[in-house]
Design a protein around this ligand. Structure first.
Ligand code: SAM
Length: 351
């Protein structure tokens, strides 16, 4: 059994995932896309390892706890599941991760065509489920990438001159929220004078504010405030907005990657064709195009992509092609040897 941790190359390991993952450091993986056993769906030994459903779910929960630990704060998680325990799996995942999508992989063809439809007592399951998740930033078990915090603080700092202009004018004249609402007819007028969610008023509202502030200044025999012309504020706002965009761009790598387009599935219903039979095919082999699209959507070149239930290596093979560092773990030695030979066809000895 290979047990070294080297995330700078392709790593395929023959091991029990739960034991193996515990040897990995925290926050070392960018994308986990994996297809764990479904529990008594397949007649294979690996799908019948647990005495009952609750033992299986307890094992899955322990696995998810490790996924949480090793997945980077900006990482993505895709978990395939069978239709029967998909709801239980999603509930478990939600305790640790923010589930973003429950994707339906609707297979365009399959054994249902051969079924005697009239003898069915419920609808034939022609789909697989893929749960797509990220870390929570709160309230359950947060692991923040820092991106949201950097953007929030950066926004406040960048727009501070304009925030101060409005806030100081209001403080100087003691203008109340009621006055502002009455002058502009807007309920959310406080945004123009707050730090956290500051917004530039539109021209009509700004002119109404100028009139209100002028009137109050005259009444209190005080210096007038909010005296900058609107076009000057707009120019300053545009300069600061550009500066803020540059700051966001500088921190882009902190953010969870996600990139789809009109040429790949961008909704939560997918229709990839199943892998046709060939001698030695894994009974649950996932289509290469689907794994390619997942990896492209949710990781960047050079990222670490892991599949802890590697099977035929459908994830690992695509990750290598796309220039990602790949980590695959498979329990069954015979399957591991076959997959290893397909990944490294020119090498005769395993590492
Ligand atoms: C559902 S299949 C995954 C198939 C894979 N998605 C593919 O495209 O070929 C699950 C795989 O996980 C392996 N497996 C089961 N329990 C495991 C464990 N505890 N650790 C590592 N691999 C395990 C099984 O041998 C099986 O090959």
């Amino acid at each position: 059994m290979e047990n070294t941790v080297n995330l700078n190359s392709v790593n395929v390991v023959c091991a029990d995932s739960l034991q193996y993952i515990k040897t990995l450091p925290d926050n070392c993986i960018d994308l986990i896309t994996t297809d764990p056993p479904y529990f008594r769906v397949k007649a294979c030994k690996w799908d019948n390892q647990w005495p009952d459903e609750s033992a299986y779910l307890a094992w899955l929960d322990e696995m998810f706890a490790e996924f949480w630990r090793v997945l980077k704060p900006s990482g993505s998680l895709y978990v395939f599941c069978g239709s029967r325990l998909a709801a239980d799996t999603e509930l478990l995942m939600r305790q640790r991760f923010n589930v973003l999508n429950h994707i339906i992989w609707a297979k365009p063809s399959g054994p249902w065509n051969l079924q005697h439809k009239e003898s069915l007592r419920s609808y034939f399951p022609a789909t697989e489920r893929i749960l797509f998740a990220e870390h929570y930033t709160g309230p359950y078990t947060p692991k923040s990438s820092g991106y949201a915090e950097v953007c929030k603080a950066g926004k406040k700092n960048t727009f501070q001159p304009l925030i101060d202009y409005f806030r100081n004018a209001r403080l100087a004249l003691g203008v109340t929220a009621k006055d502002i609402r009455a002058a502009t007819g807007k309920q959310m007028a406080s945004h123009w004078f707050s730090e956290s969610q500051w917004q530039l008023p539109n021209e009509t509202d700004y002119l109404a504010l100028q009139k209100l502030f002028d009137d109050i200044a005259h009444r209190k025999i005080q210096q007038t405030e909010l005296d900058a012309p609107y076009h000057q504020l707009v120019t300053e706002y545009e300069v600061l907005t550009r500066r803020y965009s540059e700051l966001v761009e500088d921190h882009r790598l902190l953010r969870r990657p996600f990139a789809v387009s009109s040429v790949v599935p961008f909704t939560d219903v997918w229709t990839y064709k199943s892998v046709p039979f060939y001698p030695g095919k894994h009974p649950c082999e996932k289509p290469a195009e689907m794994m390619r699209d997942i990896i492209n959507a949710s990781s960047r070149p050079g990222d670490v992509v892991a599949d802890f239930f590697m099977g035929s290596g459908s994830t690992i093979k695509e990750a290598i092609k796309l220039g990602r560092f790949a980590l695959g773990v498979e329990l069954e030695e015979e399957r591991y040897n076959q997959t290893w030979g397909e990944i490294f066809p020119k090498q005769s000895n395993q590492p």
